[in-house]
Design a protein around this ligand. Structure first.
Ligand code: HEM
Length: 517
């Protein structure tokens, strides 16, 4: 009896999964592609090791040269058999522009489980439609020339604090085992100070009461983003020390944010001099008092603070790390950047640097690093109605993306597409000379393109200018390791850290330039 029931149960499950799978294939109109057991964006798919039946969390990176059938197809499909939703994936920048460029007209939606909404609540980066417009109206004006000027000044200040605190000046040559960590701290301080006027310093001392510092709280919180996503709240009650640390970090980070916003709100209400700084914190604090399209609820304000802190620091830090690693490997490009900086500084003061375009080669190196290692590498959208796009490969034809289906803009393959980029896996900054900003898709496209694009550019270029002016970068290989082996070990492996694509750890050797003496 039991065996019969078990057998019937098994048959039922098989029929159910087979039906679901066939429905999935129909929804993507049998577009060729992958048919794994688990979607790479499910817990099982991400947690289980990569194999022929499980592409794994980093499949877009691992198969960057071969997926899309060696870029002979603009759009492929991924239809999982056991877990996850069917998706289209595209390696075409043209398809990206057709979809994201018309986002408002097409009423696209970001799938909620692919955003931070379940973790931090509704924010600019997760909501859709009219609600998104309300959030954007409030947040976007904080990204203005005054903010970029502050980013420039603070980037130099924080760089100087770092050099002092890490005792670099006294040394002629420095081995940095993991430049990623410095870039992450730098970037966190920039967004905290320039976006939220949070008074964090490079060497913030721990609180005498033992309370986690702001930086420690946000570092643990961002490192634990993925477990935080996946684990239910009761899991933090289990007697597991690591989970208690994570929970404490999230709560402490939240308490700091609440405190900052409350203080700023009080100052604004009392019209205290200097409180209306126009930064992100100020816009969010004022939005409590706003009405209709200019107001946010208390939860929305907190969600935006969390989101901008995360979105604004890991992405830029990963891009800076990649740029430094690539410049250490490509000495000729580094020398060109160094000469450009020396040349600029021979006639102008660093304070006069007010546009990354004033240093075209340094800016091009940063863009090329973003192309090869795009930190925000997956941009998913769900169709709210049938959408017709035009594809070029394998044959030029219109393609209908049916209502309810999803498409993932795969920024790794879009930026390594050999049909667009000559020698796509090589670091060639010159390909960006004279290219205008809208042509750069690393920050997305259309109305929802990154609101912090110029913030990130200004910050990264300022950091690179300071570092390259003072230090000659080189790789720091293991004993007997060749440059090619170092490149393979360090620059060819990528992981998802928090929400962003990350390489490394990147160990570097820094040698003092004569200008520092
Ligand atoms: C190199 C650094 C950065 C990269 C590569 C990057 C990339 C992106 C991309 C691709 C999107 C579009 C997402 C989508 O369409 O689904 C986006 C959106 C966003 N980014 Fe960035 N970003 C960076 C830095 C920043 C910074 C510094 C901030 C803030 C200080 C920021 C805040 C945001 C926000 C709030 C959104 C959501 C915008 C919306 O939906 O209207 N980002 N970013």
């Amino acid at each position: 009896m039991f065996l019969t029931l078990a057998f019937l149960g098994l048959i039922f499950l098989c029929v159910r999964y087979a039906y679901r799978f066939i429905q999935g294939l129909r929804s993507v109109e049998h577009t060729p592609g992958f048919r794994p057991l688990f979607s790479p964006i499910t817990i099982m798919g991400a947690a289980l090791p990569r194999s022929s039946w499980n592409p794994g969390q980093m499949w877009q990176w691992d198969e960057r040269e071969t997926a899309y059938f060696n870029h002979s197809h603009d759009v492929i499909s991924m239809v999982p058999i056991l877990a996850g939703k069917p998706y289209y994936y595209t390696c075409s920048g043209e398809v990206l522009k057709q979809v994201l460029g018309n986002e408002s007209k097409l009423h696209l939606a970001k799938p909620q489980e692919m955003t931070l909404a379940s973790l931090v609540g509704d924010s600019l980066a997760s909501v859709n439609g009219e609600v998104w417009r309300r959030h954007r109206r409030i947040v976007a004006p904080a990204f203005n020339p005054r903010t970029y000027s502050l980013v420039r000044t603070e980037s130099s200040n924080i760089y100087n604090e770092m050099v002092k605190a890490e005792c670099w000046i006294e040394q002629g040559e420095i081995l940095v085992p993991e430049i990623n960590k410095l870039a992450l701290k730098f970037s966190l301080l920039v967004v905290a100070r320039c976006g939220f006027a949070i008074p964090v310093k490079w060497n913030n001392k721990a609180d005498s009461t033992g309370k986690l510092t702001f930086e420690d709280a946000i570092s643990i919180a961002s490192e634990s983003l993925i477990p935080r996503f996946m684990l239910p709240t009761w899991a933090y009650k289990l007697p597991i020390k690591k989970l208690h640390e994570i929970d404490l970090a999230w709560k402490t980070f939240g308490a700091y944010m609440e405190d900052y916003i409350r203080t700023r709100r009080e100052k604004l209400q009392q019209e205290e001099e200097g409180s209306d700084t126009g930064d992100i914190l100020c816009r969010l604090a004022a939005s409590y008092e706003g009405s209709g399209k200019y107001s946010l609820s208390e939860d929305e304000v907190m969600a935006n603070m969390f989101t901008i802190m995360f979105a604004g620091h890991e992405t830029t830090a990963d891009a800076i790390t990649a740029a430094l690693g690539l410049l250490a490997l490509h000495q000729e490009e580094q020398e060109k950047a160094y000469k450009e900086i020396v040349n600029f500084l021979s006639t102008s003061d660093l304070k006069e640097f007010n546009d990354p375009g004033q240093l075209p080669h340094v800016q091009a190196c940063f863009r090329e690093a973003l192309r090869l290692y795009p930190p925000a590498f997956m941009l998913p959208r769900e169709m709210q109605e049938d959408v017709i796009i035009q594809v070029q490969r394998p044959v030029e034809k219109p393609m209908v993306l049916r209502k309810g289906t999803r498409i993932m803009m795969d920024l790794i393959s879009i930026h390594r597409n050999p049909n667009v980029y000559e020698d796509p896996h090589s670091f060639r900054p010159s390909r960006w000379y004279g290219v205008s900003e809208p042509g750069v898709a690393m920050f997305g496209a259309g109305p929802r393109a990154c609101v912090g694009r110029k913030f990130a550019h200004t910050e990264a270029v300022s950091f690179l200018v300071n570092v390259l002016r003072d230090w000659k970068l080189d790789i720091s290989p293991l004993d007997g390791e060749s440059r090619a082996e170092y490149e393979e070990r360090v620059m060819r492996k990528a992981t998802q850290e928090g929400t962003a694509l990350s390489i490394g750890p990147v160990p570097l050797k820094l040698k003092k330039r004569p200008s520092m003496d």
